[in-house]
Design a protein around this ligand. Structure first.
Ligand SMILES: C[S@@+](CC[C@H](N)C(=O)[O-])C[C@H]1O[C@@H](n2cnc3c(N)ncnc32)[C@H](O)[C@@H]1O
Ligand SMILES: Nc1nc2[nH]cc(C(=O)O)c2c(=O)[nH]1
Ligand code: SF4
Ligand SMILES: [Mg+2]
Length: 240
């Protein structure tokens, strides 16, 4: 097993028909906090129907409130601990996870358009490997990732969104969008502006001073047109 989250409870594992019949066995397993259809709320693909696959676990925070002060990334707005959310679970094979994702898409979207899956977390690149990418492509998904940029993204991912975190080392320095949560005092915008991304976004840091952060992002986007404003629209309209 490449990845094991800290939750030791024994949720059911999902085995695909291939795995039950002994074919395609693989040592890897995948831990998913939740999987659900929503609209992409942020960045360049805002408003697009998307199956969110939120992987458990992150390399920059345990996800436990008691550890937040010591974490590298301290402003996270997400619960990615365990596998107990809607559509969550442990999946023994890439095929099992892809089949479940396709099933949820069929049952909830299923009205034309290219099926679109957003792999997020937690940090999805701890688990999103080539076997899973191939399995998701095989069932028809276009694949996006939301990553903190500390791990290399497999090149076959269709849409790469990198959101750098102060105090970590950025290794994924190209992609489709760079979405910087702002402000992060240890960062200067100049250090990102020459990187190989198609689009650059400033996303106001949510938290106790969100309104002030929105004002700063607006001001910065006006003065530095390379950067556009990304608002977390799902929070405004009350969807997940
Ligand atoms: C929860 S993270 C998961 C994916 C990955 N670990 C990452 O950090 O990019 C998803 C997105 O939410 C952003 N985010 C997390 N906490 C936020 C906050 N308090 N305010 C604004 N954006 C936030 C992240 O920067 C990232 O773009
Ligand atoms: N609707 C919606 N859009 C999002 N875009 C990125 C998100 C994330 O948590 O990765 C997110 C999320 O949590 N919900
Ligand atoms: S890197 Fe992403 S998932 Fe991890 S703690 Fe930070 S925002 Fe949350
Ligand atoms: Mg989110």
């Amino acid at each position: 097993m490449l990845f094991k989250d800290v939750d030791e409870s024994h949720e059911p594992c999902f085995a695909s028909e291939a795995q039950e019949s002994g074919e395609g066995l693989c040592a890897m397993s995948y831990s998913v906090k939740e999987m659900f259809l929503t609209l992409q709320g942020e960045g360049a693909q805002t408003g697009r129907a998307s199956l969110f696959c939120r992987f458990s676990g992150c390399n920059l925070w345990t996800g436990r409130e008691k550890d937040r002060d010591k974490a590298i990334c301290q402003f996270c707005d997400t619960d990615f601990v365990g596998v107990d959310g809607p559509g969550g679970g442990r999946f023994k094979t890439a095929q099992a996870l892809a089949e479940r994702a396709a099933q949820i898409w069929r049952e909830t979207a299923n009205a034309g358009g290219t099926p679109y899956i957003v792999c997020t977390g937690g940090e999805p690149l701890l688990q999103l490997d080539n076997a899973l990418i191939d399995a998701l492509h095989a069932v028809g998904f276009e694949i996006a990732v939301e990553t903190n940029g500390t791990l290399k993204a497999p090149p076959s991912i269709d849409w790469i969104c990198v959101s750098p975190k102060a105090g970590s080392t950025l290794v994924q320095t190209h992609g489709n969008e760079l979405k910087l949560v702002w402000p992060q005092p240890a960062f200067a915008l100049e250090q990102f502006e020459a990187l190989d991304f198609e689009r650059f976004y400033l996303q106001p840091m949510d938290g106790p001073v969100r309104e002030a952060n929105v004002a700063r992002c607006i001001d910065t986007a006006l003065r530095r047109p390379q950067w556009r404003l990304s608002l977390q629209t799902h929070k405004m309209i009350g969807i997940a």
